[in-house]
Write a protein that binds this ligand. Sequence first.
Ligand code: PNS
Length: 162
Amino acid sequence: MKTIAVYPGSFDPPTYGHLDIVDRSSRVFSRVIVAVARNIRKNVLFTTSERMEMLRKLTRSYSNVEIDSFRGLLVDYARDKGAHVVVRGLRAISDFEYEFQMAHMNKKLAPEVDTVFMMTGERYSYISSNIVKEIAGFGGKIDDLVPPMVREQVLRKIRKGK
Ligand code: PNS
């Protein structure tokens, strides 16, 4: 059976933690659609196109991974793509409450779509896009948190903003 999975998120910017989930999802599902959320209420550093472009470059070695974006409800997007699985990474207990609420709400909205959680690899469990931006903003090292290409982009944005 071909299982299509959507891996949604803000990816502002993509981190090694996200790439770990992409890598592992690509081994479990036939097709993985990494879906960049357009209508998030967060303050973003990168435009949707920039986030997609970075993800495209970072995942180009995977033949079953594609990059897309979505607006509106995630479950509507998943349905539109024929996906029955939503993948989310779980780093720590602190992620659980939000993820629990989202998974149940999505299940209520679209009972045919299941959320599958992957525990983010131990080495990446402390990484978040917000932490990356904060550390870089104060001049700290982010080499272990994001790929070199993302690091360059983050530093470029921060220099521009100063
Ligand atoms: O990387 P993030 O910011 O944790 O991703 C959150 C995201 C984008 C997956 C979530 O906010 C989402 O699905 N937004 C789309 C709108 C939606 O469907 N909201 C209802 C969720 S219960």
